[in-house]
Design a binder for this molecule. Structure first.
Ligand code: 5GP
Ligand code: ZN
Length: 116
């Protein structure tokens, strides 16, 4: 999928509305439309990168900024100390459905580990 028909690029352009809760020079974050936890936020780079497989060395700072955004959002929401989960899926077998990389930030929900 190219940037022209990318859902998240349309959110970045303001063509599709979203509940945006964070913005920086390199990233924005908005609430997932189908939340899997009381707080479920998607953190995306302003740059269109389709999958983890498309991340280049020059993108390392951008990708790192997704994690500092996660940290800040969790701190502001008040669950950074208790804990939270961040996930990035790559390609269909992992469940990726929107091909513009994004971190899922899931908070205020218990996650069992090890699973099962
Ligand atoms: P993926 O499955 O690619 O890892 O995650 C895509 C996420 O985008 C899903 O959790 C899905 O609920 C969310 N999503 C899909 N369409 C929209 C939308 O139009 N707005 C918002 N806010 N989230 C969306
Ligand atoms: Zn995009």
């Amino acid at each position: 999928m190219s940037r022209d028909d990318c859902l998240f690029c349309k959110i970045l352009a303001g063509d599709i509305s979203a509940d945006i809760i964070y913005e920086s020079d390199t990233a924005i974050a908005f609430r997932d439309i189908n939340p899997q936890a009381p707080t479920h936020v998607l953190i995306i780079p302003r740059k269109h990168i389709s999958t983890i497989n498309d991340i280049e060395t020059e993108d390392e700072a951008i990708v790192g900024s997704l994690y500092t955004a996660a940290k800040q959002i969790a701190q502001q929401a008040g669950f950074s100390d208790v804990g939270y989960r961040v996930v990035m899926n790559c390609n269909e077998a992992a469940g990726q459905t929107v091909f513009h990389i994004h971190l899922h930030l899931l908070g205020e929900r218990a996650f069992a580990w090890p699973p099962g």
